[in-house]
Design a protein around this ligand. Sequence first.
Ligand SMILES: Nc1ncnc2c1ncn2[C@@H]1O[C@H](COP(=O)(O)OP(=O)(O)OP(=O)(O)O)[C@@H](O)[C@H]1O
Ligand SMILES: [Mg+2]
Length: 268
Amino acid sequence: MKKYAGVIVRKDDKCLFCKRNADLNNFGGEWSIPGGSVEKGEEIPNAAQREFYEETAHQLGTPISSLMAWVELLKSKFNLSDESMILEMENDVKRLETVADRFSKIGSKPILHNHVVYEVVEEFVNYFKVRVSDKIEFILIGDKQVEALVNVPLFDWVIENILKNAVNAIDNEGIIKIEVKENLVKEQVFIDITDTGAGIPKKDFDTVFQPGYTTRKRGWGLGLSLTKRIVENYHQGSVFVKDSEIAKGTTFRIVLKSNMTYVPTTTS
Ligand SMILES: Nc1ncnc2c1ncn2[C@@H]1O[C@H](COP(=O)(O)OP(=O)(O)OP(=O)(O)O)[C@@H](O)[C@H]1O
Ligand SMILES: [Mg+2]
């Protein structure tokens, strides 16, 4: 049996992107992915993985373009161009396009551009907050100028994973605060995401980033491992649990390299 890269099999024997060959009750069965088969805990080769992602992006392309056209038609036919529902629908279709684009780019080196971090985060938070319960309040504060080299589609994915986890951790009602800060001396940007959710035990501060670790019934345990990979490998930054208290909440910190150079001033 070949070795495959990237462990994608969950602890409870469910596998992302895999179809079980044997019947679903037979937990000893084999998983298959396009381009090969994989057994629990094995790794997937980059070539097969890339081929699968490219194919996924390609397959998504047609329905997405047609959804785009349907939205345009709805706007013109019913004169709904100002309707917020249509605008949100349009945002969702654009989002699908971004997700498909991510799939097509996996495996290739992402290009980083200089961005005002606050603006990137703000845009995503505005998209995200109308899609979750209105009992969750979002607060965005901090430095509105600091810049960093960011690949926006990938970075959005980071924010999305952390925000989704924060929403999942909140039982019904709560607050998610996002703060953008600059550490001028270290030439770093901090993005602190704090929720008023269930909290994480101290012993699990690192474990939560391991692929397959989940405490959710329907979780894959992939969100934070992906987040870590995107921040560390593509942005040369870091991400960790800064603070957490059971039943009080959690703060995740993302650290990016600031694009501002610190020049100490001297007094004569
Ligand atoms: N803000 C948070 N508050 C409390 N626990 C959290 C928080 N964020 C993550 N966790 C814990 O870390 C685990 C792993 O998170 P991760 O995002 O990797 O996977 P998941 O959310 O379980 O599944 P998915 O792959 O769908 O994201 C969660 O199941 C949860 O136990
Ligand atoms: Mg998650």
